[in-house]
Design a protein. Sequence first.
Length: 536
Amino acid sequence: MSETTIPFERKIDPVGVLSEILANITDERQIIRELLSNSVAPSVKAKNIFIRVYESNKGLALTVKDDGVGMSFGAESKGRLDRFLNIGQGKRSGAESDEFGEKGFGTKILYNAAEVEVVTWDGGPTAYKIVLLEPRKTLFVDKKDVPVNPRPFSPLPGMEKGTEITVKGWNDRATITKDFKQEELTNYLLYYTVAGYTRPKPETFPQIVLALGGVEIIIRTGFPYIKTMDVGEDAKTVAIQPIIVEKTTKHGKPVKITVNGAITLDTGKYGLTENSGGVWYSLNGIPYFKLQKNRYSKMLGFSDDFVRFVVECDDLRLNMSRTDFFYDEEYDAFEEAVQEAFQQIRKSKQFETFYANTKNDVKVQLQQHMIAKQKDLLSPEKKFVWASNRKLMAEPESEYDTAALLWILEGAGLLPFAQFRTLQYPGYSKGLDMIVELQEDKDSKLEMFAYAELERKFPNLIKHGHEAAQMTFAFCWDIDKSHVQVGTIEQNPKKSYKYSYTISGNHITVFELKTMPGIFCGTDAEAKRFFKEDET
């Protein structure tokens, strides 16, 4: 019996691939992060990068320009421009790639705009211009591929070598949003992009200029580590020497981490807040996101607004938007290594001396936090969650508060379901929050062992990188529908607390706790009036 083969050619659906990439955008500023990563790449050899954010005739616009080597084009020669425009995969998939294709994501998010223009010149006889008209509409509304046709032209007199990319109507925003204001954007660049490079910067690291509202500022690049010369018993800050820990996966793959950072009681001096303190994860020297709130700082007896650390590890895979990990055996080894590193810090003589010398100061700081919290809770302006004229708890301020409220309602039998039971709370490290049993109505299906996600505000569900395909339900204190940037969310006409969220063909049922029957949120005085009116 002879064997025969049938020719088969792999084909990539560009519409599906691009739609999936755009659906994974969790922060509007990722467009700058991606373009900046490309421009800073050593092979680009840029000395200066210019970022401008402004409002155009098509809405929120931005330009990223560098004076690097520029991009050539040639289908056979596979020039840089080919790779820049192609819908390809990254190095992790085994594809031939350089900095532009390292992540398999990067410049593809350009398509989430009303118009894109790329002009590039490598110093040769030909420059190139690419214009994408209505790429977002073409992908999401027309369900068609976006034509990409480079236009060659002769370099103009005075033209500088390099690449300039302009995006207009970004993410369907009409104006500059709060996240793109100068202070917020500067902090984002330092804590979540290559501008905050976490390793010693090479001499070739370019200068980055940010222009916004007619004002230009030079970004002081490099992660804002806390470095201190404090010594003696009065020292308020201790910087930890780099700690290196290596673990091995069950299949023998090494996972190595390096931890750098400091703890300080001088939080005002170093600008430490809930947003600027904590523990960041860095891949290839680029800080991408913070690790779980307070998880590691608590091992040192502090909260995130007293510490600023970076955990560097190049051995992990991230999700498509690089806002969370791809949870596999490498992550398990990473988690074990981080735990050990912070245990080493806690047991180190350097830290123990600092902690002993500042023990009274730590107590004072924590007591001040508690007094401030008590004053907040006793304030007549403080809002609480009420049910049947009963005060349940303060208005949720975090995911943990939301979980607490859900379980209070569950225990009191106040959830508007025929049946609900929490089976397990696996927690963040396993990539999911809850496993539940839920039956909405007596005549509806009983969902057994269903994965449910918890968030204070629904937009955080996507921002935190949770995979929609893996969950059945989501519970949120506040839907905050106006800030849902990707996918569609629709309110149930019969149950105002129930929503249906759709993204990339996946459907999730979302419940909003604050609008559930019998729930009221307000001050003591407001609750008194509300329940009195309700009785009448």
